[in-house]
Design a protein around this ligand. Structure first.
Ligand SMILES: NC(=O)c1ccc[n+]([C@@H]2O[C@H](COP(=O)([O-])OP(=O)(O)OC[C@H]3O[C@@H](n4cnc5c(N)ncnc54)[C@H](OP(=O)(O)O)[C@@H]3O)[C@@H](O)[C@H]2O)c1
Length: 319
């Protein structure tokens, strides 16, 4: 079959031939892949930097996709944990990692939105007892996952959503997408800390797409300004757009009721992630959680890798 093939972690995948995968057990079926999106997670898998990367080459990137079985069933599926991902003409699907879609679902729209959508959906549903009316801060709200996180928090019952981000134009668009308040992360560390303290000191949950120096400054700003420091605050680390590390002063864990945790592959089992997907897929196919797909033919995967996307857009490789 033809696929996007990574031969070296330093270079984009090439459109090339690759051995067609075959089902290995009773739960596995082959699908024709209709759409597979180029998420940040796919890039980190393809350049070998993701924490789950085993380092084996050549490999086919792609962590999820929409495909059609020989019987004509339309499935959203999460890739198996091996070197053959979803950016290929065919993929083997473990039905325990798949969600049936309505026959009229748009494969490209579903492929674009499921991964960014599940980041907050799974975090709120599986890593916290999310109470109706809870207040949420989305740290890094201008990306696809951050924008969907605002809508998903609201859908799951949030009482107030504060959106913090860097890009002024994208930030200005967030109130129309469901943010009660926006906080700019531009300016001196003191200015940013002051804004976060004023707008988000009393939130119950932080969904953090940034980490690094942004989180290093946001943590003390919020914790110090809390009206009641014994009020629980769950800080859920989901992405690391601003950095993979931070320095955490020990006093922060003593001075407030902070629970610091992450959400992703490993901290949530695959079975628990997949259990959340039918409800998420239903919202996406009904159009309430939009991401604008930019379809690119699989054969042009190298171009796809080097194409910049605009606000709210996601490249999706299609047949
Ligand atoms: N754990 C999970 O389950 C899970 C699932 C899906 C995604 N993720 C992670 O979530 C993160 C976001 O994914 P995505 O799909 O939303 O990516 P995306 O659409 O590419 O958006 C990333 C956003 O991050 C912003 N950003 C980058 N550096 C920043 C900084 N220093 N300060 C503030 N904003 C910054 C960019 O904002 P500008 O507009 O300012 O450039 C951009 O809008 C990635 O790290 C991804 O791996 C995690």
């Amino acid at each position: 079959m033809y696929a996007a093939v990574v031969h070296s972690f330093g270079s984009p995948p090439r459109y090339d031939t690759f051995e067609t995968p075959v089902p290995r057990g009773p739960h596995e079926v082959v699908v024709e892949v209709l759409a597979a999106a180029l998420h940040p997670r796919v890039r980190s898998g393809a350049d070998g930097s993701h924490y789950s990367s085993g380092g084996a080459l050549p490999m086919v990137p792609g962590v999820d996709g929409v495909g059609r079985t020989e019987d004509g069933e339309l499935l959203y599926f999460v890739a198996l944990d091996d070197t053959v991902g979803t950016m290929a003409e065919r993929a083997v699907v473990d039905r325990r990692r798949a969600v049936p879609l309505p026959g009229d679902a748009d494969p490209v729209a579903v492929a674009a939105a499921m991964n960014p959508g599940m980041s907050s959906w799974v975090a709120l549903r599986r890593r916290t007892d999310f109470a109706p009316g809870a207040h949420v801060l989305v740290l890094g709200a201008t990306g696809n996952a951050g924008q969907l996180a605002m809508r998903i928090a609201r859908h799951l019952g949030a009482g107030r959503v504060v959106a913090a981000g860097r890009d002024p134009e994208r930030l200005a668009a967030l109130p129309a997408l469901g943010a009660d308040e926006v906080v700019s992360l531009r300016g001196t560390p003191e200015e940013v800390a002051g804004r976060l303290a004023a707008s988000a000191a009393d939130v119950d949950v932080v969904i953090d797409y940034l980490w690094g120096e942004v989180t290093e400054r946001a943590l003390p700003a919020l914790l110090t300004a809390r009206a009641d420091r014994s009020r629980p605050l769950r800080w859920i680390e989901v992405g690391s757009m601003s950095g993979t590390e931070l320095t955490l002063p020990s006093a922060l864990l003593r001075k407030a009721n902070l629970t610091l945790l992450g959400s992703g592959q490993g901290s949530v089992s695959t079975a628990d992630i997949v259990a959340e997907l039918p409800a998420l897929a239903k919202e996406i196919t009904s159009g309430t959680l939009p991401v604008h797909p930019v379809p690119v033919p699989l054969a042009e995967v190298e171009r796809a890798w080097n194409t910049a996307t605009g606000p709210g857009e996601r490249i999706v490789l299609v047949r």
